[in-house]
Design a protein around this ligand. Structure first.
Ligand code: BGC
Length: 762
């Protein structure tokens, strides 16, 4: 802690001696403004200390684990990048020397405190920034609350809930000693083969932006960073979610128009919400790797969109300018390109420090350019309060982690995220005729409900779907679980024949199938770098469902997966299909409550389900000519469109109203009546779309402009009003300028349609 009333030192020399002698230096005085403190500190730093601030390393504890797992024999590029080139024994000393400014994936408060105390021994005592992939909760850390994955959160269409989830995550992260999460992922998912769809909020730019901004607010806690904030990191700029062939890392060959219409708007929303950091994407954009793309980082993000935070590289992507993209001959050239492009911090390892120091000494990069990055990083450290208090109190993590309140929040989010895709003959909710329920399938008892960014969690901390069904079964209902193994890739004959035998004694069968995303399980088929060339159920799961259906028992398919799946047979023949996604640690309970009907399903798809991998990009907001011709042997429409999702009650829409004439600058006020015409209380997600009917450039057949989730009791009718800002009617004209063109627009809500006219500017 700091001493009050110490004399401030103005000049560099005096400051250095103050810092070295243990007396307080000006930058250590919280009474100064943030900018004064930054400038004072910067003025005292050597070039090496500055470059050190730009260097991030993987935490020593994780490096040690990785070293144990290191495969023998030749490794592909950087298969064990945590280890490559990093001298574990020297890390502590490098922190003391101020050559490391940040670590990622520190998982215990003890290690966080230990590293911070090493930093406190450095000449200028600059605290470390500790970052972690806390994507759905601080889930890489054992014992934390694992919230539903982002694709689940998107299915809730509930920004307020999403903000609360992010706030709870921030509390758990900060108590474990980190102050930065590499989230939200605001990539707009446009290729279901890509293994990272589950980390995103789906295919619609407006929804992704609104939820991304909600997460930014939740993580950071207030418009300005403070001692309870964790910094958000908007990633990955940009467009890697539409990679060639669906393969992670592959080129994003998107036009500037598509980039600006689809991929950029969510970043703009998050920048407006104050996102403190951003991460560059693995991929190239139009021939230029994002990490070397000055136009993208400096011109578009910083100058045009006003991003004021700092930019971190993705995992060893500066190195990959040499090894994968082949745009740099060696690391010195790669560092030159990345720093010139606007990169502020290198994730991760020793490859960056020496080349950058050399580049500055040789005059190729001005020291003032390094200063810009260091300023941004130091601003964050000061704003987070790290100079005042960088440690975590013993016992703090245990007090605030996996609390009852956080578990209830995880449950609420899971309940609201489950999407009922099909329910023929009202087989759901399970009623009095379903006294004997068989549950089976490789995902029924799997930790995969916690998603790609969850590490191993204690078994008692999560409720699987089979377990949830057993626990939630009403009196007199017997749930039996046939365990045919948890592999999705390979299923023995006995898993199918045994399940079929067990089904003979059941009134109804719940088959839990899908994809495994468990990062530590080699059986996984989705996640980062786990992409697919088709979208059918993996392995023999379809055969299992077909065999179960052949018994004549009603089969309910519960999907647990992180990307849209295309299983036409199931969608056609099975009476009920529930999309659970990866609903987090309380997910099994939420799924069971939906099946038993104690919770009325209310999730809606934030992404279309294509009919097959050949139908990739049957996105809902497509351009008019897409799908004008259809396939020779198939329809072109998606199996389930964006927004799909059933309820156990029914909703009807009427009375759609919009002012017929809109003058330039005026918002469009739309209202519609929504009524619950069924017999149960339920949540409806009201989705408002618009279309520019004739425009100078092609515009989507419909685009989401607003949405609202409302709860309605039976017979309740409510008028839901929306205000759509005038500039939301804009298109990008032939010169990519945002303009609202006069003419006719249509408004679509709940199957109703109205038109209005935008008047020309006088
Ligand atoms: C991913 C990022 C992640 C980083 C650190 C990368 O491979 O693309 O999303 O934040 O690793 O774990």
């Amino acid at each position: 802690m700091l001493l009050a009333g110490t004399v401030l030192h103005a000049g560099t020399d005096a400051g250095v001696s103050a810092a070295t002698s243990g007396a307080r230096a000006a930058y250590e005085n919280p009474a100064l403004t943030l900018e004064q403190r930054v400038e004072d500190l910067l003025g005292r730093m050597t070039l090496e200390e500055k470059v050190g601030q730009m260097c991030q390393y993987v935490s020593p504890e994780r490096l040690r684990e990785a070293a144990k797992r290191r495969p023998s024999g030749p490794v592909k590029d950087d298969m064990t990048p945590e280890v490559k080139g990093t001298n574990l024994d020297k890390i502590d000393q490098m922190v003391r020397e101020g050559r490391i400014g940040s670590f990622l994936t520190v998982t215990t408060p003890e290690e966080a405190n230990r590293l911070q105390s090493l930093a406190a021994e450095s000449r200028l005592r600059i605290p470390l920034l500790l970052g972690i992939d806390a994507i759905n909760g601080n889930a890489l850390v054992a014992g934390t609350t694992v919230f539903p994955t982002p694709i689940n959160l998107a299915s809730t269409f509930d920004p307020e809930l999403v903000e609360r989830v992010a706030r709870a995550t921030a509390v758990e992260v900060r108590a474990h000693g980190s102050q930065w999460t590499f989230s939200p992922n605001v990539d707009v998912a446009r290729d279901a083969r890509w293994g990272r769809v589950g980390e995103t909020f789906g295919e619609d730019p407006l929804l992704v932006g609104i939820l991304g901004a909600a997460m930014v607010r939740g993580y950071q806690g207030s418009p300005a960073l403070g001692p309870t904030s964790i910094m958000a990191c908007i990633k990955h700029m940009i467009a890697g979610s539409q990679p060639i062939n669906g393969l992670n890392y592959a080129a994003a060959d998107v036009s500037e128009r598509t980039m600006r219409e689809i991929f950029l708007p969510p970043y703009e929303a998050c920048i407006r919400a104050g996102a403190a950091t951003a991460m560059a994407a693995h991929n190239e954009l139009g021939g230029i790797p994002c990490h070397a793309n000055q136009w993208l980082i400096e011109d578009v993000f910083r100058r045009e969109k006003g991003f004021a935070g700092f930019v971190v590289s993705d995992w060893t992507d500066v190195e990959r300018l040499v090894s994968v993209h082949h745009v740099a001959v060696d690391m010195e050239e790669a560092v030159y390109q990345a720093v010139t492009a606007g990169l502020d911090m290198h994730m991760h390892g020793p490859g960056f420090f020496e080349p950058l120091v050399r580049l500055v000494r040789a005059g190729r990069i001005a020291e003032s350019r390094v200063d810009e990055s260091v300023r941004r990083i130091l601003r964050a450290k000061f704003a987070l309060g790290l100079f005042e208090d960088h440690g975590t109190r013993a016992g703090q993590a245990a007090e605030v982690t996996f609390t009852e309140a956080h578990r209830q929040l995880a449950l609420e989010a899971a309940r609201k995220s489950i999407v009922l895709l099909k329910n023929t003959g009202s087989v759901l909710p399970l009623g009095p005729t379903s006294r004997r329920i068989l549950v089976t399938g490789p995902l029924a008892d799997s930790p995969s409900i916690m998603g790609w960014w969850a590490g191993r969690q204690p078994r008692q901390n999560y409720i699987t779907i089979a377990q949830g069904l057993k626990q939630a079964a009403p009196a007199g209902v017997e749930v039996s679980w046939f365990d045919g193994g948890d592999s999705v890739r390979s299923m023995p004959d006995a898993a199918i024949s045994g399940a079929v035998r067990a089904a003979q004694d059941a009134d109804v069968v719940v088959a839990v199938v899908g994809e495994k995303t468990v990062r530590y399980d080699p059986d996984k088929t989705s996640g980062e770098n786990v992409d697919r060339s088709d979208l059918e159920l993996v392995g023999r799961q379809l055969e299992l469902v077909q065999a179960l259906a052949a018994t004549g028992r009603p089969v309910i398919v519960v999907l647990s997966n992180s990307r849209p799946l295309a299983s036409p047979w199931i969608f056609e023949h099975v009476p009920a299909v529930v999309e659970a996604w990866e609903p987090g640690c309380m997910g099994g309970q939420a799924v069971a409550e939906v099946l038993f009907g104690t919770v009325n399903p209310s999730g809606r798809l934030p992404i279309s389900f294509p009919r097959s991998a050949g139908h990739i990009q049957t996105i809902y907001n497509h351009k008019p000519a897409d799908g004008w011709h259809t396939y020779a042997l198939e329809q072109s429409a998606p199996a389930f469109p964006f927004g799909a999702g059933l309820s156990y009650t029914t909703f009807t829409y009427s009375n759609l109203k919009v002012a017929p004439i809109i003058h330039p600058g005026e918002p469009v006020i739309v209202s519609v009546d929504v009524a619950n015409t069924g017999s149960r209380t339920g949540d409806e997600v009201v989705l408002l779309y618009m279309r520019d009917l004739v425009s100078s450039v092609t515009t989507p057949v419909k685009a989401l402009k607003a949405f609202r989730r409302v709860t309605l009791a039976p017979t309740e009718r409510r008028t839901v009003a929306f205000e759509v800002a005038f500039d939301q009617l804009a298109l990008l004209d032939r010169r990519l300028r945002a303009v609202v063109e006069p003419g006719e627009f249509s408004v679509m809500v709940g199957g109703l349609n109205q038109t209005f006219r935008v008047e020309a500017v006088q």
